[in-house]
Structures are given as structure tokens and as C-alpha cells.
Write a protein that binds this ligand. Structure first.
Ligand code: ADP
Ligand code: MG
Length: 255
């Protein structure tokens, strides 16, 4: 039996006005896989993540998350566009972590982690707090629960942001350059948290320039350039033996 992919993209196109950004993306992310997406700035990596997470609509092709077509509901052989409330429900199952942590500045670390389950799922404060304590412990910040974001380092804020995304118990986590805005000495702690998530079997798509992480933790690596998948494979193979000139040129700059 073949396993249903967590994400599947078939000839996915996306334009902004006349700018053709995604030009036929084809890929599959298996459940429990750490899927690394690398490529030059402007190649469409963030746009692709945003399409997966219903923040952008694709113009052509098909995109599935966990077997369901993104943006549509199927009834018989007819497709219906999802209503806003249905989109919101789907987005709850996907956690996203950005380069900028975007924590609520007026809430403590633990309040940030408790917020969505209480507001969106109507969870009780006690339940939300118990989970948030567990999650802060998991990202190594049990002792910072009462700190406000301004009292945390960038790396600590990013770990709170990861805990906040996990609080909704997503089936898929999207990371968009989660360590790019951090001072170099803070990167390791964030990558360690991501490594732990990977070990626990979370399905993750990680846009990153951290090739060490991709090599050690990644199950698959896709090199994207100018809106297409140029090369894909096992991260160790792609990184040590890239087949395409564009991949070689990119890797020579980041490795
Ligand atoms: P990457 O994440 O690989 O650096 P992006 O997906 O952010 O690339 O951007 C790819 C291209 O799409 C860029 O040229 C960017 O300017 C353009 N783009 C992204 N979002 C929008 C938007 N909302 N409107 C117009 N152009 C956009
Ligand atoms: Mg980007």
C-alpha cells in the first residue's frame, strides 16, 4: 500500500499580476518527513509555503494537504471553493514559523502559547496552560514562561513561536527561514528544537540556508530556482553531488 503524502503538488503555478512566480512545482512530502526547501532569494519558496497554508491561491495545477485539495471541497466530481470559515478550520492544522517571530508583545511567553487554543478552540484556561507549560519545557524555556517577548533573546522568542504553533497540535509544520534573523550563536538552540520535533515524527517543510541541518536532519531536499524544482533527492546526495549547474552555483555560495 502506498502511503498518502502529507503534501502533494502537481504542476502548481502562481502569478502576482504579470509576474509568474511558481512555474509548475511538482513535489511530494511524506508523513513524518523533514523536507528541506532551499534556493536563492526570490525563487518562490515563501510563496509556495503560503499556498500550502491558504495564504495565497494557486492559479493552476493542484495542491493537496493530507489528501484534501487546498482551497476546495469535493462533492461527487464537483469542486466547491471553501468558505472563509472552512479555510480557517484547515489552517488550524498547519503550524507556521516565520523568520520574524511575531509574538504578541503585550503577552508573556506562556500567554502567547495559550492564546490560540483558548481563542480558536475555546479551550479552558487550565487546559491551555497545562499544555503551554509542557510545550515551553519542550523548547527549553520552562523558566521563561512569565517573560514578555522584549525580555527574551531572538532565539528564545523563536522557540516560543514554535511552541505557540505546536499548541494547536498541527499535523504539518512549515518553517520559513526560522533562523535567518538570529545572531549566529542563537541558531543552534532553535535547530535543536526542530531536530527534537523531527525525532518525534512531526512532518516538517523547512525553508533554510542551514545546510548542516538539512544534511543531518533532512529526509529530502529540494532545490528550487526561478519557480521550479531543479533538483530533488536525499539531502546528503544532493549536497555532496549536485547534478545541475544552478544547484552547484547556489551551493558554492551557501556551503
Ligand atoms: P523566496 O521566499 O524564495 O525568497 P518569495 O516567494 O518570497 O521568494 O518571492 C518570489 C517572488 O514573488 C519575488 O520576486 C517576490 O517579489 C514576488 N512576490 C511575493 N509575494 C508577492 C506579492 N504578494 N505580490 C507581488 N509579488 C510578490
Ligand atoms: Mg522567502
Amino acid at each position: 500500500m502506498t502511503v498518502q503524502p502529507m503534501v502533494k503538488a502537481e504542476a502548481v503555478h502562481k502569478s502576482f499580476g504579470l509576474a509568474h512566480i511558481l512555474k509548475g512545482i511538482e513535489l511530494e512530502v511524506a508523513p513524518r518527513e523533514v523536507f528541506c526547501l532551499v534556493g536563492p532569494s526570490g525563487s518562490g519558496k515563501s510563496t509556495f509555503l503560503r499556498c500550502i497554508n491558504h495564504l495565497e491561491q494557486i492559479n493552476a495545477g493542484r495542491l493537496w494537504v493530507d489528501g484534501e485539495l487546498v482551497g476546495y471541497r469535493q462533492k461527487g466530481d464537483k469542486l466547491y471553493e471553501l468558505k472563509d470559515s472552512e479555510v480557517a478550520a484547515k489552517r488550524r492544522d498547519i503550524g507556521m514559523v516565520f523568520q520574524r517571530f511575531n509574538l504578541f508583545p503585550h503577552m508573556t511567553a506562556i500567554e502567547n502559547v495559550m492564546e490560540a487554543p483558548m481563542q480558536v478552540k475555546g479551550e479552558s484556561k487550565a487546559t491551555a496552560r497545562a499544555r503551554a507549560e509542557r510545550l515551553l519545557d519542550r523548547v527549553g524555556l520552562a523558566d521563561k514562561a512569565a517573560n514578555y517577548p522584549s525580555q527574551l533573546s531572538g532565539g528564545q522568542q523563536q522557540r516560543v513561536a514554535i511552541a505557540r504553533a505546536l499548541a494547536m497540535e498541527p499535523k504539518l509544520m512549515l518553517f520559513d527561514e526560522p533562523t535567518s534573523a538570529l545572531d549566529p550563536e542563537l541558531v543552534g538552540d532553535v535547530l535543536d528544537v526542530m531536530r527534537g520535533l523531527a525525532e518525534d515524527g512531526m512532518t516538517m517543510i523547512v525553508v533554510t540556508h542551514e545546510m548542516g541541518f538539512a544534511r543531518e536532519v533532512g529526509d529530502a531536499l529540494v532545490f528550487m530556482d526561478d519557480g521550479i524544482v531543479v533538483e530533488a533527492g536525499n539531502p546528503r546526495d544532493v549536497l555532496s553531488n549536485p547534478q545541475h549547474e544552478r544547484t552547484k552555483a547556489f551551493l558554492s555560495k551557501v556551503l
